[in-house]
Design a protein around this ligand. Sequence first.
Ligand code: SAM
Ligand code: SF4
Length: 460
Amino acid sequence: MLYIDEEKIEDLLADAKGTPAHKIDAVLNKAGSLKRLALDETAALLTVEDPRIIEKIFKAAAYVKNEIYGNRIVLFAPLYISNYCANRCVYCAFQSGNPEVKRKHLTADEIRAQTEWLLKRGHKRVLIVAGESGVPGKSAIDYYIEAVEAVYSARVGPHYIKRVNINCAPLSVEEFKRLKASHIGTYQLFQETYHEATYRKCHLKGPKSDPDNRLSAVDRAFTAGIDDVGIGPLYGLYDYSFETLAMMMHIEHLEKKFNVGPHTISVPRIEPAAGSEFSLNPPYKVADEDFKKLIAVIRLSVPYTGMILTTRETAEMRDEVINLGISQISAESKTSPGGYSDNEKWGGQFTTSDRRSLEEMIAMLIRKGHIPSFCAACYRRDRTGEKFMGLAKPGLIKGMCSVNALVTFKEYLDDFATPKLKEEGYGLIGKEVPKLDARSKEQVKKLFAAVDAGLRDEYV
Ligand code: SAM
Ligand code: SF4
């Protein structure tokens, strides 16, 4: 596979086995100073098995997350627009030829209706998700652009979606340019597995069966000017240490070529999918303890990159790993097109585990002392790609994140929260504002006054 040296990865992992505790401490010290880790250092952390040392890795990850992003957690919802797909990925319900899935692609009006449903709940950030397919009379790219425009055009009173991200099939540079021009935030594409033989076994038909076309799609997105890109392996297809280290190799390639790494990393684990025997018993199912470790190791290896955790995970797991470096979570997700309003009449992609509502997620975040955030400021202030990294790397994004998190959270509380949640939310705000530096305090004061005066979508 392009850019991925499998032999080197295997060697690094073999050499890292049994790294002495003092060397692990040295790696953790380096990570604590917010420095990006080298491949052999990531390998050393991945091979740790001693629970006491793993505990140290967890502590370091929580520290780094807090130093870079502060204690805010950004919330979003996926919006599935189509379950038609030309590919045959063995783990996915949308694979072509799966008779168990009732197919549907949403029209622009239906996409707007789904968005309005989300807006009424208080959502402000949406991730569009689609199988690889156009719709009758329209190419895939035309359909994606129509969907992005439909989401942005939806209105419920003063509320609208502030940032549309998209997870869709690889495109050409020209098509990516058009996608960028539609004002997407992040383009997300998971390599699924960086192990070539496994990749070929799991992707049986269709354009996705070419691993290099998929890997190079991230390059094409950057070339087209999309500088916020999200990546990730699908955990369960192959050994988790290999996948994590290979992803680091992929990131090194991007950093070298484009001077910027991924904006976000996702850590999906395979969940049961209708019509997919494979998904019920994945060959490299990742145990919960290993899952927590790999999240913490990714956080330490690429400290400036956002990390996303979805409702594939259970409520208990999500509540726990939020402390290990996650910066974004989805809430109340449905994985079927139209799923928010039609009781999941059409086929879903996989079963979600955490079914809590947005309100319940927010209550949990408040209880745990995290600031729920609906911020989309960086992308709208042009703080993307290298500019974002320039702020994130030295820990300078944190001040802005905290101010914007508090303001967007206050807007949510004032517009959507029950009296009880409002009281709890204001309690958290009361504890968080005094922790800010003088400049941030001043900014919050000004923006809170604007929100009280009825203005919305305030940010720095
Ligand atoms: N069709 C496009 C593609 O595959 O890139 C984009 C959307 S696809 C619906 C989004 C992601 O869902 C895939 O990249 C894959 O990692 C993930 N996925 C597929 N089946 C899954 C399953 N059974 N459990 C968890 N995640 C799954
Ligand atoms: Fe299609 Fe994506 Fe599912 Fe593969 S993972 S079958 S490409 S929707």
